[in-house]
Design a protein around this ligand. Structure first.
Ligand code: SF4
Length: 299
């Protein structure tokens, strides 16, 4: 049957060919690490048990994970192998299983989670996504995912088209986030501050504010300013190959500050922010033994 797991709905038979995302019917994993670079509710204990999936339905032109997202570097794992890695992350003291860009492998990962639960896995599961999601695929995750860590990358369709070849990004992502807010509510934490359930939204502010952050924040506030927002400064221009001049430079401190101020004006109860040197701190190199510095790596 033709694949329609993501909004591209390219309809390929993945047992015969790859889709726009570059994925076929094998489960390709870029890296598995104990990650400490996520927001505070997700890095309690040893850190976040983070599984980076190779290939991507969105493929932003400036992606910092390009080695695995665009170039499909990674290792083929069976659902049984992946389940065993999930259980290992729990035994290493991680506070969650963080599935980065899982959409195009949804059925295989759900099979892995069934197997991991049979092994005793009890950690919360995070869907860590670009926000370019269909509601029908999100519904498949309903009994498996606890936390939705969703990007809202652009506040208009034009930049979705220009920077991610997704001219419907803003329309699709708003539908996805509205559905997740209505079905899962805002992120809740336990008494130790660990994220356990609900929705949190990330926005990477692009230089020149090309990502239209005010529209993003105003849309979210219209749903609820109880949704935690993570406003990110870590844009790194070295990955962008295009000719938009603003995209060839880092974000300025003034640009970032005005976005944080707007989030405060809109009354968001939880705002996560980053230092201006975050672009140096959080850029992984998946060819290294430890892509995020000293963080333990399983794969
Ligand atoms: S997940 Fe991949 S193969 Fe499936 S519709 Fe999306 S781009 Fe096409």
């Amino acid at each position: 049957m033709g694949c329609a797991l993501c909004p591209r709905a390219c309809g390929v038979n993945r047992s015969e060919e790859s889709g726009f995302c570059s994925a076929d019917d094998h489960l390709l994993v870029g890296s598995i690490v104990v990650h400490r670079g996520e927001e505070p509710p997700f890095v309690k204990g040893a850190g976040s048990g983070t599984i980076f999936f190779s290939c991507c339905p969105l493929k932003c032109s400036y992606c910092q994970n390009m080695q695995i997202s665009h170039h499909a570097a990674g290792n083929v794992l069976s659902p049984k192998d992946l389940a065993s890695h999930m259980k290992s992350l729990e035994e290493m003291g991680c506070s969650n299983i963080n599935l980065v860009t899982p959409t195009h492998y949804t059925p295989l990962i759900l099979d892995s989670l069934d197997k991991a639960h049979d092994l005793g896995l009890s950690l919360p599961v995070i869907i860590n996504s670009s926000g370019y999601e269909t509601v029908s695929t999100l519904k498949l995750w309903k009994d498996y995912a606890d936390i939705y860590l969703m990007d809202l990358k652009y506040g208009d369709n034009a930049m979705g088209r220009i920077l991610s070849n997704a001219p419907d990004y803003w329309d699709i992502a708003r539908q996805a986030i509205t559905y997740l807010f209505e079905s899962a509510g805002p992120l809740r934490t336990d008494q130790d501050g660990r994220g356990v359930k609900g929705l949190i939204v990330r926005h990477l502010v692009l230089p020149g504010m090309l990502s239209n952050p005010f529209a993003v924040l105003e849309f979210l506030a219209g749903l609820s300013n109880e949704i935690p927002v993570s406003i990110m400064s870590q844009y790194n221009p070295s990955f962008y190959p295009g000719d938009i001049s603003d995209m060839k430079r880092p974000l300025s401190a003034d640009e970032y500050e005005v976005v944080l101020e707007r989030a405060l004006e809109l009354g968001f109860s939880t705002i996560f922010s980053q230092d201006m040197d975050a672009s140096d701190t959080y850029v992984p190199d998946f060819e290294l033994l430890k892509p995020f510095g000293d963080e333990p790596r399983l794969l």
